[in-house]
Ligand binder design. Structure first.
Ligand code: TRP
Ligand code: ZN
Length: 479
């Protein structure tokens, strides 16, 4: 059974997205310069980071270092109550700053322990700290903001028509956040460029389990018919990779080579059908580490829900999410994202092909080494596939296209072309491991990647990038 992840949802006709992006970007260029009462210097943090595909995502003026989320979830009633304690460092003198949040109601907020005024405009919260605090939000200072919120968390429909955010499942709910959905369950700086560590404390009805990223932080505790689970993610994580799965789960904890915690949670109705593949998590992690460099996290695992619970798998950090029993190829793909995407995270949503091209290439490599299908054969098939030539991987025409075939198949073809240039597998894998090392736990753009590859190979690869990464037409297969 082939379960390649490529196509999510059905792409609609690309809209004139670029024009919209440009106009929105211009609108951000004129922040009001306010000197608040009492002579508070500083300007409002921007309401978006001008991502080429999602300009309103994220916020300017600060960097989050840590999210401490306390959540109370009642899936049957479709209710969520949360407290988000956010530690951030100001990157400018701030008179106010924004957080992204969709749907849920803000009950109250503080900045540095004092009540803050909250303004709501669509998915943007603007927090204006009290005067005394205002003078402290200077560039370089670390501050803490706490938001209390509640309501019915929303399912978000993406530009490509697939669903993310908060997804009710057969026996609970799951939160998936690529590309925008984290703001459906917690307020934050919702852009891949601002990574942070996380603590999650999640209380659910007794009998249900709450699974998230990172390490279990102590055993669950039950009181008054409700059980609290604690999760700790020490390494930086992009908000789109944060997850929470609430439901009935068969869980297993073990430790693999290198002291890595393996935590798997599988819906009991698919446990039997998943068992063989899920048991291979350590084998896949080990095999990928041998090709891509040391596994970047202290914990790994998998979350397996029922087939109908979501429309696609996702590389949620530490613990990829699967709707139904995964094939080995899909496990290889999502686990490869732990290096390509989760540890080395795209600088913007335009750099998506770095995630999907490399994760797809990991599948080709697995098939080459384990299943006797040379990567060259996969390349040849991908080359023949017309859908891979709809647009260049580094330049999807609109937000509806960032998960379309060229980002995966043609992205992987770029990697295969680099392998041809290197022409030595030892050196090729050293190049991949060097990339994951150079940007470990950070962000990287397409320009960073092409510069890195040229430096590592000592070659001018202008033609390769032109033909395979940016070109609109299909080059000769050996071009
Ligand atoms: N990243 C997922 C995978 O490779 C697929 C996916 C889910 C996706 N949501 C997305 C890709 C949003 C792009 C944008 O399996
Ligand atoms: Zn992927």
């Amino acid at each position: 059974m082939d379960q390649r992840p490529p196509v999510r949802g059905t792409a609609r006709t690309p809209r004139a997205a670029r024009t919209t992006v440009l106009l929105l970007a211009l609108a951000f260029l004129a922040p009001a310069c306010t000197a608040g009462a009492g002579g508070v210097a500083g300007t409002p943090g921007a309401s978006g980071l001008r991502d080429p595909y999602f300009p309103k995502l994220g916020n300017g003026g600060y960097d989050v270092t840590h999210y401490d989320l306390t959540l109370d979830v009642d899936p049957a009633a479709h209710r969520l109550r949360g407290t988000a304690a956010i530690t951030a460092r100001a990157t400018q003198d701030l008179s106010s700053f924004n957080l992204d949040l969709v749907g849920l109601k803000v009950d109250s907020a503080t900045v540095e322990g004092r009540p803050a005024a909250v303004n709501r405009a669509g998915d943007e919260l603007t927090l204006r700290p009290d005067i005394e605090v205002g003078s402290k939000l200077r560039r370089g200072r670390t501050f803490r903001t706490v938001v209390h919120y509640s309501g019915s968390p929303q399912t978000i429909t993406d530009p490509d028509d697939s669903e993310e955010g908060w997804l009710p499942t057969a026996d609970g709910a799951v939160a998936l956040g690529e590309p925008t959905g984290s703001m459906a369950w917690f307020p934050g700086n919702n852009h891949p460029s601002d990574k942070a560590s996380y603590d999650m404390k999640v209380t659910v009805p007794e009998g249900l389990t709450a699974v998230s990223n990172g390490e279990p932080a102590g055993p669950p505790t039950t009181a008054g018919g409700r059980t609290t689970y604690r999760w700790h993610t020490p390494e930086p994580m992009a908000s789109y990779l944060a997850t929470l799965a609430v439901g009935r789960f068969t869980t297993k904890t073990s430790t693999m080579a290198g002291g890595i915690t393996v935590f798997t949670a599988v819906d009991p109705t698919v446990a039997k059908a998943s068992a063989r593949t899920v048991a291979r998590v350590p084998e896949v992690v080990k095999w990928e580490a041998a090709h891509f460099g040391p596994y970047p996290f202290t914990a790994t695992g998998a979350i397996v829900e029922r087939k109908g619970d979501a429309g696609y798998a996702l590389e949620t950090q530490n613990r990829p999410f699967f709707p139904g029993p995964p094939s080995i190829g899909l496990l290889v793909h999502e686990m490869a994202h732990q290096w390509f995407g989760d540890s080395v995270t795209p600088a913007s949503w335009q750099d998506m092909w770095l995630n999907e091209g490399l994760a797809t290439y990991a599948e080709w490599l697995w098939e080459e080494e384990k299943e006797d299908t040379p990567a060259q054969d996969s390349f040849d098939d991908a080359y023949e596939e017309d859908a891979n030539w709809a647009f260049p991987p580094a330049d999807p025409p609109s937000a509806a296209d960032i998960s379309q075939p060229p980002v995966y198949g043609r992205g992987a073809m770029v990697i295969h072309k680099i392998r041809e240039v290197v022409d030595d597998d030892k050196r090729f894998f050293a190049l991949l491991a060097g990339w994951t090392k150079a940007h470990r736990h950070g962000n990287a753009s397409t320009a960073d990647f092409t510069a890195y590859v040229e430096k590592a190979t000592g070659k001018d690869l202008t033609e390769l990038w032109k033909n395979w990464l940016y070109g609109r037409s299909r080059p000769a297969a050996d071009g």
